[in-house]
Design a protein around this ligand. Structure first.
Ligand code: TPP
Ligand code: MG
Length: 358
């Protein structure tokens, strides 16, 4: 790439100050009447349903880890299970406006994101497309099992298929979506845009930005989201990814036809805890995570803090940010606040926090 930027000393040495833009914090205003109109009763009910599915799925895993049984069915799961009980709305709200062309990459705590994105894809895809995907994926192996206990529509079948394939993966079974080789922290289901999660804290940031660049350079549709934790803001790879995504050259030097900056959204699922440490107020100095955008580029990464306890606030933010990314004006940073009621993992007694807070 030819360097075309001439350094003008009279500009570089001029006296001035850097102005920063305001970062919206929990700006969404609920309006049930408007929301009912905007989403419709059926979609609102589905948003709630999906949150309930995730809560029950994670509660089941919690029981199995702690009691060795769920609803009278005994099982010994020896692998990990970082649960997102309490974080359901942030995952379901995010998935609402995403299509199967949009990719999500996750962390060690991403079961809920996998389910939410898959359930949104099921709502959007036709029955024919769903059948084609389920028949062809792993030569139909997970489908053959799910068919045995599902009555109802193709969509019902697809919902059970996703719950089963994800759970089988977490349990390292051959019928898991990744043949049990990835397990809880590396599960994925590419046909729905659910890309691999990552046990390395912050590791998904770089991989996701690579996927976003791939989409941009190859003119593929869709945006890419890196779902990472608030603790990951302390990790080098996250900063590398943000710097890489924010390079000016995409817009100043690259062929205009390519379409600008990679469509990457760094979504920090901010549950206010690392394992036991607290990023806000203890292990970091950002005050509010969304502030970090100010240090990255003049657009402050279009950063916002969003209330992840309101799925509609998250859906609204993702819809707006998706437009920005599609216009090549990324990257975007979201500080999606949420809270995990479960311990870091089922063996964690949460001794580092007050019961009153939980
Ligand atoms: C690079 C790296 N360092 C440390 C760990 C151990 N570890 C696993 S989860 C975790 C806390 C992560 O906190 P956060 O990013 O906020 O995600 P949360 O667990 O809250 O979802 C740590 C330190 C790891 N997996 N990878
Ligand atoms: Mg956290």
């Amino acid at each position: 790439m030819t360097k075309l930027i001439t350094i003008d000393p009279s500009e570089a040495r001029k006296k001035s100050t850097i102005k920063s833009k305001d970062i919206p914090v929990n700006a969404y205003v609920s309006n049930p009447k408007k929301e009912a109109k905007r989403y419709g009763q059926e979609n609102l009910a589905r948003i709630y349903r999906d949150m309930v599915y995730i809560r029950e799925f994670e509660t089941m895993l919690d029981r199995i880890k702690k009691e060795g049984a769920y609803e009278g069915i005994e099982y010994n799961h020896r692998g990990p299970a970082h649960l997102s009980i309490g974080q359901e709305a942030s995952a379901v709200g995010q998935a609402y406006h995403l299509s199967p062309d949009d990719f999500i990459f996750g962390s060690h705590r991403s079961h809920g994101e996998i389910l939410a994105k898959s359930l949104a894809a099921i709502a959007q895809l036709s029955e024919d497309d769903l059948m084609r995907i389920m028949e062809s994926y792993m030569e139909g192996a997970p489908l053959r099992v799910v068919e045995q206990f599902t009555e109802g529509s193709v969509k019902d079948l697809a919902v059970n298929y996703v719950l089963y394939g994800t759970l089988a993966e977490i349990f390292s079974r051959e019928n898991g979506f990744n043949k049990g080789l990835g397990g809880s922290m590396h599960a994925f289901f590419a046909p729905f845009g659910v890309m691999p999660n990552n046990a390395i804290v912050g590791g998904s940031a770089d991989i996701a930005v690579g996927a976003a660049l791939f989409k941009r350079v190859n003119r593929k549709p869709g945006i890419v989201i890196a779902n990472i934790g608030d603790g990951s803001m302390g990790c080098g790879p996250v900063w590398e990814a943000m710097m890489f995504a924010a390079m000016d050259q995409y817009r100043t030097l690259w062929d205009k036809e390519i379409g600008g900056s990679p469509p990457i959204l760094f979504n920090f699922m901010n549950n206010f805890y690392g394992m036991g440490g607290q990023p806000q107020g203890e292990t970091m100095g950002f005050g509010m995570l969304a502030r970090v955008g100010l240090g990255v580029n003049p657009e402050a990464m279009h950063a916002e803090r969003v209330d992840g306890y309101n799925p509609l606030a998250v859906a609204d933010a993702v819809e707006r940010k998706k437009k920005i990314l599609e216009e090549g004006l990324g990257p975007v940073l979201l500080d999606t606040i949420t809270y995990r009621f479960s311990g870091h993992s089922p063996s964690d007694a949460s001794a580092y926090r007050d019961k009153a807070e939980v």
